[in-house]
Design a protein around this ligand. Structure first.
Ligand code: ADP
Length: 476
């Protein structure tokens, strides 16, 4: 039985209730987690509050940074164990799970190193005054984590918060949280003082809602669905606390006629099948200039046919999706697209050896998708790619910006066009002649429009997770 960490101690829910954990690989229950409710959340928030005035709050920035770097090293030492747990819990191929642990450790390393490099400012003011701008922690920060990259997302969210001296309460997703629970245990081993890092497992509408609505938190970081994002923002508004929201996406690739088509085609396929399409930044729309449309789409189709789906141990391109609800959702999009007559340009292959009760879906590539079709503007969150043609730069930009979401790649060798299009796109990141699905730890990341607000990653996350105090001193 897995356990939570509250106030530096491993514990179960006060109620004693638990939830079954099913593996998407075969649909079988393989573990149980505590099902926390509002009482457990309250304990965790109190523990975090006490940590701020206790041992955690008294550490220097350098000491905080060292602890974080130690945690990063422990993640590396335990990477294989964590990756196995992540793969069993989410179904992702082992290579992906292993890579996720490299990124997780990188978050602690990067932000651990940054902890003592965030300075305040001195502001010139009237004669006789000294004005200092201090940068301070927000206090108790709440982190609600999704199931698609549990460990990575936890690192992305809590590392900058800890670096700035906040005490954190994490609510990972009920669908996949075992790696997160284990990372919290490793934080104790690294020597984090009690209450600095608390983690509480449970249902979104129960434990998650209790955390978001708790009157004594100072910030919420949320990554997940648009529907829940709205609830989080409402909860934050009730207590006038800040939140960052990382929500859905429908990111387009814009492939112009002068692009390196071979490189673009491989990257486009990788951009949609990564994590079985369960990535908010998945490149799910393929916009192709009319003059090269047919041969390019044929090239993508040829590569797409090679995509193989299997168990984590088979270590193919895709695993199963996370749960039966996601499986039904993806299949519904595919069935609707077929029923509306969209041509299937290619399908992947599901390995015949996968367990019959696992949540596997068929990677599918549709062509000639009209801009008003649901597949062109709704997030599938599965390995489904939608292609459509454009005539010129203006048309490409208008199609790319024609949804509620935004992260984009641009494929063209023309330097002027690269700059023009990058400026015209309404989104949080642009990759030119590449695709990063969120990019590295160093690169500020976040959406515009309904993809959310606030920035994670890079140094901007340190600003999000801290506040300033202006100290005005009259010395005559
Ligand atoms: P999905 O629909 O893809 O499962 P969710 O947005 O429901 O994504 O889940 C993302 C995270 O939000 C999970 O940790 C989940 O437990 C949590 N969550 C779900 N509902 C709520 C809620 N009402 N309040 C707070 N957190 C929630």
């Amino acid at each position: 039985m897995a356990h939570m960490i509250i106030d530096g101690k491993a514990c179960q829910a006060i109620s004693g209730n638990t939830l079954e954990v099913r593996s998407p690989v075969d649909g079988k229950v393989f573990e149980h987690i505590p099902r926390a409710d509002a009482r457990d959340i309250d304990l965790a928030v109190r523990a975090a509050r006490s940590a701020l005035s206790g041992a955690w709050g008294q550490l220097s920035a350098t000491e905080r940074g060292r602890l974080m770097q130690k945690l990063g090293q422990l993640v590396t030492t335990h990477a294989e164990e964590l990756a196995q747990l992540e793969a069993r819990d989410t179904g992702k191929p082992m290579t992906t799970a292993r890579n996720d642990m490299v990124v997780l450790s990188r978050y602690f390393e990067f932000y651990g190193g940054a902890a003592d490099k965030v300075h305040g400012e001195v502001i010139p003011f009237l004669n006789g005054y000294q004005v200092n701008l201090l940068r301070e922690p927000l206090g108790v920060t709440a982190h609600i984590i999704p199931w698609n990259y549990p460990a990575q997302m936890m690192g992305r969210s809590i590392a900058p918060a800890l670096a700035m001296g906040n005490a954190v309460v994490v609510k990972p997703a009920e669908d996949a949280c075992l790696s997160c629970l284990r990372v919290a245990e490793l934080a104790l081993e690294a020597g984090f003082p009690q209450g600095a890092l608390n983690i509480v497992s449970g249902l979104g509408e129960e434990a998650g809602a209790a955390l978001a609505n708790h009157p004594d938190i100072n910030f919420i970081s949320f990554t997940g669905s648009n529907e829940v994002g709205v609830l989080i923002q409402q909860a934050a508004a009730k207590h006038a606390v800040k939140c960052t929201l990382e929500l859905g996406g429908k990111s387009p690739h814009l492939v112009f006629e002068d692009a390196n088509l071979e490189l673009a085609a491989s990257t486009v396929v990788r951009g949609i099948i990564q994590n079985t399409g369960q990535t908010c930044t998945a490149g799910s729309r393929l916009l192709v200039q009319q003059s090269i449309h047919d041969p390019f789409v044929a090239l993508v189709a040829e590569k797409f046919k090679q995509v193989r789906v299997g168990t984590p141990e088979m270590n193919l391109d895709c695993g199963p999706v996370v749960n039966p609800t996601q499986q039904q959702r993806v299949n519904r999009f595919i069935d609707q697209a077929k029923a509306s007559g969209l041509p299937v340009l290619a399908q992947g292959q599901i390995d015949p050896g996968v367990p019959a009760d696992g949540y596997y879906v068929m990677p599918t590539f549709f062509g000639a998708v009209p801009p008003d079709h649901p597949l062109a503007h709704q997030e599938v969150f599965g390995p489904v790619l939608a292609a459509m043609p454009f005539t010129d730069e203006a048309h490409a930009i208008s199609l790319a910006n024609g949804t509620d979401y935004g992260l984009v790649a641009v494929w063209t060798e023309n330097g002027g066009r690269q700059q023009r299009v990058a400026k015209a796109l309404k989104c949080g990141q642009v990759f030119v002649n590449s695709f990063g699905a969120g990019g590295g730890v160093e690169l500020p990341f976040g959406g515009v429009k309904r993809s959310g607000h606030g920035r994670e990653k890079g140094f901007l996350a340190l600003e999000e997770m801290s506040t300033t105090k202006t100290v005005v001193h009259f010395h005559g």
